[in-house]
Design a protein around this ligand. Structure first.
Ligand code: HGY
Ligand code: MN
Ligand code: MN
Length: 412
């Protein structure tokens, strides 16, 4: 069977055109026209190679060769097509296109369709509706309609409202949950989005665990006042307090070590005027670590230090946890299948832990799950400069094929 790296490259380029910011990276908010164009591109390619296309009640799209009835368990492989604002062309995308390429290459070579269903999960990034992995969580039964009704995009539409035009059916959600006995396991191919593999000149790695993540919304309330007449000692400056808090989050996370990371990626300030002391500032914290005890320690330190800063500065602090995901070990059995598949192709793969979150972290609770990372140039991601070698992507597709079947294809 010939996996075509040229076709993979063409597909990546075609999906890259489905963006709200042409020439400035991938901007594909879930349920947007750009996202729908990318989904349609994949769906039509899947239909052309004999797949049945089904959108589940959570808005995830399933592409299953018609020869594989829903009775015989198959492998599941896929990722997401939604992106962060002005992100890269590979994040999520290659995890959908690589398994699609297996179905097309099998069809082309007259081989039977591999026992594989491809899935496109909705709203993995969380940058559109405020929570990550919504589609996979809802499919896995971790989110119910009432919760989906609270999650809103910038236009104020809830996931249910915006998703109703794309197959989201709250009344069917419970009935259409994942049926674990339909799947042998889930394998997600994804770019590493970190520098380790590229630095070590390793093309791929088997992912054995995914870091835990906690996301917070922090609201600081002070007193708006005149920038010119209010003495420094008499201010309740919400922005200065937030600045001290953000610096504290950075230094306490660095002191935790164990690869813990924290990011303040979004901040709003009111009234945001050059000559007014800010009275309201809101910012987000994205905090991750590969170990739950480190997450616990960081959580407690953040709470204590931000409370102390607020008290000393006389401002009010509200800190709400929007997400708390434990670190996720992946399936040793599926990891071993990836290793032995690679060995059959003459490759010995290193292992790694993912600092980024993926739908695999959700699926791991339902079916045996593992991931295969592809090296990212310079570790850059969530950035238009995101790049991986197409030969590495094709090799990952070959290993996926060898892991889910006995075949030992050669790349084109
Ligand atoms: O945030 C993440 O880890 C992923 O890119 N959604
Ligand atoms: Mn991703
Ligand atoms: Mn991402």
């Amino acid at each position: 069977m010939r996996i075509s790296s040229q076709r993979l490259a063409n597909d990546i380029a075609a999906i890259a055109k489905a963006t709200e910011t042409p020439g400035q990276g991938a901007s594909r908010p879930t349920f947007s026209d750009a996202w729908a164009r990318a989904v349609e591109y994949v769906q039509s390619a899947a239909r052309d190679c004999g797949c049945v296309v089904h959108t589940d009640a959570a808005g995830n799209i399933h592409l299953r060769p018609s020869v594989h009835e829903r009775t015989s368990p198959v492998w599941l492989s896929g990722s997401h097509l939604d992106s962060v604002p002005q992100g890269g062309d590979l994040d999520g995308v290659l995890g959908v296109l690589a398994p699609l390429e297996l179905l097309r290459a099998a069809r082309e070579s007259g081989r039977p369709a591999p026992p594989l269903e491809v899935v496109i999960f909705a709203e993995e990034e969380g940058t559109t509706f405020g929570l990550g992995m919504i589609g996979s969580r809802a499919w896995a039964g971790m989110l119910v309609p009432d919760q989906l009704a609270q999650l809103r995009n910038a236009a104020g539409e809830s996931y249910l409202e915006a998703g109703s035009r794309h197959g989201v059916r709250p009344d069917r959600l419970a009935a259409e949950r994942i049926e674990p006995d339909q799947y042998r396991g889930f394998i997600e191919l994804h770019i590493e989005q970190g520098p380790a593999l590229w630095k070590r000149d390793e093309p791929l790695a088997v992912v054995t665990a995914i870091a835990g993540r906690r996301q917070y919304q922090v609201d600081v309330t002070g007193t708006a006042n005149h920038a010119g007449t209010t003495p420094m000692g008499e201010r309740r400056d919400a922005l200065a307090a937030a600045a001290e808090m953000i610096a504290a989050v950075e230094s306490l996370t660095t002191s935790l070590a164990y690869g813990a990371v924290a990011t303040v990626g979004r901040i709003t300030c009111h009234p945001n005027a050059v000559n007014v002391i800010a009275n309201r500032v809101s910012f987000t914290i994205d905090f991750r670590a590969a170990r739950d005890d480190v997450l616990e320690r960081g959580d407690a330190a953040m709470d204590a230090q931000l409370t102390t800063i607020a008290r000393r500065r006389g401002v009010e602090l509200q800190m709400s946890k929007n997400e708390s995901l434990a670190a996720t070990p992946l399936s040793p059995t599926v990891c071993e299948q990836l290793h032995s598949a690679a060995q059959r192709l003459g490759r010995a793969l290193p292992e790694t832990v993912s600092g980024a979150l993926h739908d695999a972290a959700i699926l791991a609770a339902s079916i045996p799950t593992a991931m295969l990372f592809i090296a990212s140039r310079g570790g850059i991601s969530h950035n238009p400069a995101e790049y991986s070698r197409i030969d590495d992507i094709a090799l990952a597709a070959e290993i996926l094929y060898a892991a889910i079947s006995d075949g030992e294809p050669e790349a084109a």
